[in-house]
Design a protein around this ligand. Sequence first.
Ligand code: ZN
Length: 193
Amino acid sequence: MRIPRLEVITGCMFAGKTRRLIEKTRSLEKAGKKVVVVKPVIDDRYNTTEIVSHDGMRQQTRTIPMEVQPIETIKGADALVVDEVQFFSKEVVDYLLATPTQQIIMGGLDLDWKGNPFGQMPRILCYADQVIKLHAVCAVCGASANRTSLVALGEAHRGQTIVGGPEKYEPRCTECFEDWMHNIGIGLFLSKE
Ligand code: ZN
């Protein structure tokens, strides 16, 4: 399998991953490259034809199904940009990684709200030529945040894939995340999976 130059932008929620993807897309387009931006169909937080950063930066995109092999549309592109890649299945990730573009830039969460590796992200990070890990600001103490806690605990039964924004999630530093896990008895959730 040919793996083109792969860059991964990862970190917790509200760390600016999507903003970074949009900036990179625009730089490549300015340089005359044909860029295809995709995201999983599950991510409909803002709409289905754009990726939108939490601070409102927008970029046209195409959605692709999570479990079905896509994509005629990637053919002929110089660069492939993928947002929310943690939601894609192994099959789709393999397909995306094998895309014969000069460059692939993938963005997504490294950890889920239980602090466990998210989906295919561990494999993607292994294949990466370059990894950029971004941080947010801890909602509790203001330190550098590297975890995401689930505020909407009523949805905890849905597991790893709970799509949402600030109404459902909060960035936390490791210490405040561990306090939160302890307070909600997250060990009970973990033992059920
Ligand atoms: Zn903190």
